[in-house]
Write a protein that binds this ligand. Structure first.
Ligand code: HPA
Length: 267
């Protein structure tokens, strides 16, 4: 951690971000517009490279609407073969840099039949169905406690801010529960029916490990899913492809970018 922080602080002249943002599939472009300093993951000691198509793999530092922000342009996923601890290491780095509020974004499949591709969903809660937990292992009490409470990971006050910001822009976001599966295969229709029965509105392969660690570290979390497709077997669903996910998030990104900027200025 010391090596990681030393390297980042040298590159950024000890920039102290208060807001962290993780930009998901097809949504990374936001960071290009506000980039003051960028550091690629590959050059940061102890960071892992982002390998998935549609992800750039760099930390971008910027001042946006007077707020100091660090953005992850692309993230690491459990399905790439990294451990839960490895993929959430950047959250601990952000904590050390001073981040208090973390905005997690992703592309997700719509499990709720009312959702349409291109909708934005504010995450109200999650179901961890990845089969692991990033806090497994010895507890480092400088970050948080052994058995963290998870009653309100996605803070109501942030959801309210996001709703007000969306209203200003004429966007009507959905609200719902994000169900995390490990991937990399998409779900079967039977798995999606199960997820819906268990209370899910959207499904994806990221975000939950990061949210668990951020909550554990005492950060406030806001989660935004861009619904890129109807999940397998849901009305309107077609054969799923990563290409479709990227194309839909690309089409939705103008609204997403405007909303994110508005939220950052209001947080
Ligand atoms: N399932 C899982 N992850 C996803 C999906 C999906 O349908 N769409 C985008 N990410």
């Amino acid at each position: 951690m010391e090596d990681t922080l030393k390297y980042i602080n040298e590159k950024t002249a000890s920039f102290r971000p208060e807001i962290g943002v993780i930009l998901g599939s097809g949504l990374g472009e936001f960071a290009d517009e506000y980039c003051d300093v960028a550091v690629s993951y590959a050059e940061i000691p102890n960071f892992i490279k982002s390998t998935v198509q549609g992800h750039k793999g760099r930390l971008v530092f910027a001042e946006i609407s007077g707020k100091k922000v660090v953005m992850m342009q692309g993230r690491n996923h459990f399905y790439e073969g990294h451990s839960m601890q490895e993929i959430t290491y950047p959250i601990k780095v952000m904590k050390k840099l001073g981040v208090k509020t973390l905005i997690l974004t992703n592309a997700a499949g719509g499990v709720n039949p009312e959702f349409k591709p291109g909708d934005l969903m504010l995450i109200t809660d999650h179901i961890n169905f990845m089969g692991s937990n990033p806090l497994i292992g010895p507890n480092d009490s400088q970050f948080g406690e052994r058995f963290p409470d998870m009653s309100e990971i996605y803070k109501k006050e942030l959801i309210e801010i996001a709703d007000t910001s969306a209203q200003k822009l004429g966007i009507k976001p959905q609200h719902g529960v994000y169900f995390a599966s490990s991937g990399p295969s998409y779900e079967t229709p039977a798995e999606i029916r199960m997820a819906r029965t268990l209370g899910a509105d959207a499904v994806g392969m990221s975000t939950v490990p990061e949210a668990i660690v951020a909550n554990y570290c005492g950060m406030k979390v806001l989660g935004i899913s861009c619904i890129s497709n109807a999940a397998a077997g849901v009305k309107g669903a077609q054969k799923l492809s990563h290409q479709e996910v990227i194309e839909t998030t690309n089409a939705a990104k103008a609204g997403f970018k405007a909303l994110l900027k508005e939220i950052i200025s209001a947080v």
